[in-house]
Design a protein around this ligand. Structure first.
Ligand code: SAH
Ligand code: SF4
Ligand code: F3S
Length: 476
């Protein structure tokens, strides 16, 4: 079944990937926890907050669930398939629990928030249900669960940003990292469950963001992605300076930490991205030439039903403006096929807008109705699944062509590449990314080279998902 298709195998930055915590680190820990994360990068970042809170309370992290006293699943509700994956995993955990009676199972994240107590009724062996804004209460909830009670906290907050909590990095490659700059979402895209699972939008203290980024840089991290559901609406009133910090100002401050630190951001909403952000990108070469600009649909009528509040022409104008100000900018997107009432003509509009925008890459899905959303309440999910999938297959095909064309345009070009590690297929090769977020694989040329270095690489060949190249000089 095609639910979502990813063309770029190496991109683990977004929804759908599974992540396992690294080997136990806290030597003094008396109990151990195991955590798996699903969903978007924000969920992965939250798991690191959870790890920090648990560390402070005497828990060490383990990467084998058999060794764990507490098994946590940080869950995603974005599509039905995401929830099914979690339920399957819970079945496996339940089997383990039968052999380890004292072990606790906790469900965190968006599914915990969406289903609340229902989750305890449906999944009898779950002991803890904790929503995204309630992680500070984990230690007391664990105490409660230890006494055999079911422990639940799914309160959403208007101001929780975990700003003061220094995340414990789990599974870091030592080169790239995520930093959450805001939580929640105030948009009401009619298909989307996020406003219900993550609550109201709030921006994190700018000072704490910059401190965390600086610390990451000092620890050797060379690329930071600033995360939010809608980063362009970031705004923080700084009481010390009595000034409001906008997203472009925050971006410039983080980029100003060091020219060797690359900065990315995600996600930009087409209705909100401003020229200011593009001007910041022009001013700072270390702000990556890459914008993830989810289109969702190319039909103005469908966009209206989706409550995206922009039109096809608006999206085109944004793409034109990005290309005018940052000609070498990579643009990627999210696309949904088969939203309520979508006709063949609407679908052709989506294909047309994808081609117009020359998207380098997209995450593509067919519409999955989510209970409680505006669309579920107002519209009928009336596009048959076969048609949704047929249209998705066409979208995927077109994106494949656009990605290959985009890679072909890079042939012969030389890029500044940050080495992220050894290529998975060949230990004699490096894997890195260019500013446009494309993965490049190339042969190692010197024993002095190491991950975290920048090298200039000329593109000599490509596949649909990867550029292949050769180092032209060791220095930038
Ligand atoms: N804040 C981001 C999106 C977060 S969710 C934004 O506004 O772009 C990531 C993607 O999942 C969305 O962009 C959308 O393409 C997809 N998605 C969300 N709800 C969905 C649903 N009900 N069915 C199918 N895809 C969905
Ligand atoms: Fe969902 Fe829309 Fe918010 Fe993105 S902007 S998280 S799609 S409601
Ligand atoms: Fe992210 Fe999934 Fe929640 S995409 S915000 S973890 S519903």
């Amino acid at each position: 079944m095609i639910e979502s298709l990813k063309l770029e195998k190496h991109d683990e930055s977004r929804q759908g990937e599974v992540f396992t915590s690294p080997a136990g680190s806290a030597v003094s820990a008396s109990r151990f926890f195991y955590i798996e994360s699903y969903g978007c990068a924000m969920n992965f970042a939250d798991s690191e907050i959870v790890a920090s809170i648990l560390h402070e309370n005497g828990f060490g992290v383990t990467k084998t669930m058999e060794d764990a006293d507490l098994v946590l699943l940080n869950t995603c509700s974005i599509r039905e398939k995401a929830e099914q994956t979690v339920r399957k995993r819970l079945t496996e955990f339940r089997k383990l629990k039968k052999t380890k009676p004292g072990m606790l199972i906790g469900v965190l994240g968006c599914m915990a928030e969406r289903l609340k107590n229902k989750l305890l009724e449906e999944e009898k062996l779950v002991d803890l249900v904790v929503g995204p804004d309630a992680y500070r209460s984990l230690p007391s909830l664990i105490d409660e669960a230890d006494t055999g009670q079911k422990a639940v906290n799914v309160l959403l907050s208007r101001d929780e940003t975990y700003a003061d909590i220094s995340p414990v990095r789990l599974n870091s490659n030592g080169v790239t990292g995520f930093v959450s700059i805001m939580r929640g979402c105030n948009n009401m895209c009619s298909f989307c469950v996020v406003p219900f699972t993550r609550g109201r939008e709030r921006s994190r203290d700018a000072g704490s963001i910059v401190t965390e980024c600086r610390q990451l840089f000092e620890e050797g991290i060379r690329e930071i992605t600033l995360l939010g559901q809608n980063v362009d609406s970031y705004h923080y009133f700084d009481e010390l300076t009595e000034q409001t910090v906008s997203f472009s100002q925050l971006l410039e401050t983080v980029a100003g930490i060091d020219p060797l630190l690359r900065v990315r951001f995600s996600t930009s909403h087409p209705k909100d991205i401003t020229d200011d952000v593009l001007f910041s990108m022009q001013r700072y070469p270390n702000i990556c030439r890459y914008i993830h600009l989810p289109m969702q649909s190319g039909s103005t009528r469908v966009l209206q039903l989706m409550n995206r509040t922009y039109t096809r022409e608006w999206y085109k104008a944004k793409v034109d403006r990005i290309r005018e100000l940052i000609p070498d900018c990579g643009i990627t997107s999210d696309i949904i096929s088969g939203f309520c009432t979508e006709t063949d003509e609407d679908h052709r509009d989506t294909l047309g807008l994808m081609a117009y925008s020359q998207l380098d890459f997209s995450y593509m899905y067919f519409y999955s109705e989510r209970p409680g959303t505006l669309a579920a309440r107002r519209y009928t999910d009336d596009v048959p699944e076969t048609i949704k999938k047929e249209r998705l297959a066409e979208i995927v095909d077109l994106q494949g062509r656009l990605s290959r064309e985009s890679n072909q345009r890079d042939l012969g070009k030389t890029f500044d590449v940050l080495i992220e590690g050894e290529s998975k297929r060949n230990a004699a090769e490096w894997m890195g990314r260019n500013s446009q977020n494309k993965v490049i694989v190339f042969p190692k040329t010197s024993p002095q080279q190491k991950k975290g270095d920048y090298v200039m690489v000329t593109v000599t060949d490509y596949t649909q998902a990867t550029l292949l190249g050769a180092i032209v000089s060791g220095d930038r």
